[in-house]
Write a protein that binds this ligand. Structure first.
Ligand code: NAD
Length: 487
């Protein structure tokens, strides 16, 4: 076990209160970390450091910011194995997944925004009457911004916010989830070694209601970028509304996969299995409701359930593991309760539903859960309506495409959806009617960092990715210059 400290003004420090939160490895139950339990006093120190650093970083040329951020990306690559192991220990996810997905994407986030700022351009407008003038749009960093992220893809989502914030010239106070704080700390070491000046990136650890709330309340903080649950997002939005500061909110999802009558199951099946259970189903983009055209229902369900039964749950360090542990036993209880509600409402467990047997002794006490498929759960069941954020999917039949669209849109969420068909005009017609910030056709989680990313309805407000993120972290001034020429 070792301590995880705040990173303030370029130094690692304990909380002023001296308090710590203990965290255990969810796969083994072993004690893992003692995490600094930050509060408003720690955030105030971080804010002072960030405000001072902004005087220089806010005026540092884009080429220099880019050079440092590229060095951070290289630093992440260089510590891939160590970061992947730490991510695996904190989350319970398979080591191979952390190595292939989480950590490379964290480096890609820095690389993308480091180079995007070198090619940025702004708009200009010519006014003809009554006086000839040229307008141009000037974008400036906001100053100090807050970035708050969840536990499911820790470094991946943490850097998805921090990289555009820093690239745009802001100084950051960030808080990773208290459940998965470790890779954020290593990132601070990497950033310091890459030459990021003290105070530009500050990390305050701790509980959401304490450290997180203090960041949102901090007077110097000019914007909040948040990813997490809808309930938390609503609370943060209310506070940001009172303070009149912008909030970008990436929240929960209950995503549908729509399998049409002409879907190519050789492509769709493995991808829908992956979309349902990757990272133990703990990705906001995971499919949790699979809507299948009635003509393919029997064939799809049989093949899908066979494929899910064949998945291996167990030791995250084992190369053959498909699903590791959930993030905690408390979270596993919530997921099991959702399955039980589905069954109480009339659903049938086609596979999974319980704690796997025969786990290796090293992980016998871990928070594991079998990948679970439920059939026949009514659409109005809370198991179908509410985000489960675990390895659980419900499968439903539909007759007409418009019924599939109505079912897909029939929850309060609107993050993502996928459509599986060989007919691209049908795919377009369905996609255009879906309440979803992202629709994938014949693919899932194919991410291009340039595209706008976010949700509609209760899945969030605002967009991340590409120019959207750079714009979120910028103030805009229009400069209007009269040329003196009267036309
Ligand atoms: P959470 O809302 O409990 O916590 C997220 C972060 O917010 C944590 O760092 C937490 O400490 C902090 N926090 C909690 N209360 C706070 C408060 N009052 N003020 C400020 N900060 C506070 O979410 P979680 O359980 O960590 O993550 C799971 C959720 O995240 C799921 O709902 C999932 O769908 C969502 N998520 C969304 C996306 C997306 O891009 N839309 C991506 C990943 C996860």
């Amino acid at each position: 076990m070792y301590d995880v400290d705040h990173f303030i003004n370029g130094s690692f420090e304990a909380s002023l209160s001296g308090e710590r939160i203990s965290r255990e490895n969810p796969a083994t139950g072993a004690s893992l970390r003692a995490v600094a339990r930050g509060n408003a006093a720690d955030v105030a120190r971080a804010a002072d450091a960030a405000q001072r650093a902004f005087a220089v970083w806010g005026r540092t040329p884009a080429a220099e910011r880019s050079r440092i951020l590229l060095a951070i990306a290289a630093g992440i690559d260089a510590r891939l194995d160590e970061l992947a192991r730490l991510e695996c220990e904190d989350t319970g996810k398979p080591l191979a997944l952390a190595r292939a997905l989480d950590i490379p994407r964290a480096a890609a986030n820095f690389r993308y925004f480091a180079t995007a700022i070198l090619h940025d351009a702004s708009e200009s407008f010519v006014t003809e009457r009554p006086v000839h003038a040229i307008n141009y749009v000037l974008r400036k960093p906001l100053g100090v911004v807050g970035c708050i992220s969840p536990w499911n893809l820790p470094l991946y989502l943490f850097t998805w916010k921090i990289a555009p914030a820093l690239a745009s010239g802001n100084c950051v106070i960030a808080k990773p989830s208290e459940l998965t704080p470790t890779t954020a700390t290593v990132l601070c070491e990497i950033a310091r070694a890459a030459g990021l000046p003290p105070g530009v990136l500050n990390v305050v650890h701790g509980l959401g209601a304490e450290a997180g709330q203090a960041i949102v309340d901090c007077p110097q903080v000019r914007a909040i970028s948040f990813t997490g649950g809808t309930v938390t997002g609503r609370r943060i939005a209310a506070r940001c509304g009172e303070r009149l500061i912008p909030a970008s909110l990436e929240l929960g999802g209950k995503n549908a996969a729509i399998v049409c009558e002409d879907a190519d199951l050789s492509v769709a099946l493995p991808e829908i299995v992956r979309s349902s259970f990757l990272n133990q189903g703990e990705i906001c983009l995971c499919s949790s409701r699979i809507l299948v055209h009635r003509s393919r229902m029997k064939e799809f369900t049989e093949r899908f359930v066979d494929a899910v039964r064949a998945m291996k749950v167990g030791d995250p360090l084992a190369a053959e593991t498909d699903l590791g542990a959930l993030v905690s036993k408390a979270h596993r209880e919530k997921v099991i309760a959702a399955i039980e509600r589905g069954v109480a409402d009339g659903g049938v467990v086609a596979c999974g539903g319980g704690v796997p047997r025969g786990l290796a002794p090293r992980v016998a006490q871990g928070a594991f859960l079998e990948p679970t498929v439920l059939l026949g759960v009514p659409a109005e069941s809370s198991c179908v309506q509410e985000e489960t954020f675990g390895p659980v999917v419900t499968v439903h039949g539909f007759d007409r495409h418009r019924d599939a669209v109505a079912m897909a849109n029939g929850t309060r969420y609107g993050l993502a959806a996928s459509v599986w068909t060989r007919d691209l005009s049908r795919a377009h017609r369905i996609a255009a009617k879906l309440d979803a910030g992202t629709v994938w056709v014949n693919c899932w989680m194919l991410r291009d960092l340039r595209v706008p990313f976010g949700g509609v309805k209760d899945s969030g407000i605002g967009r991340e990715g590409g120019h959207e993120a750079l714009r979120f972290f910028s103030d805009v001034s229009n400069v209007c210059i009269a040329t003196g020429e009267v036309l």
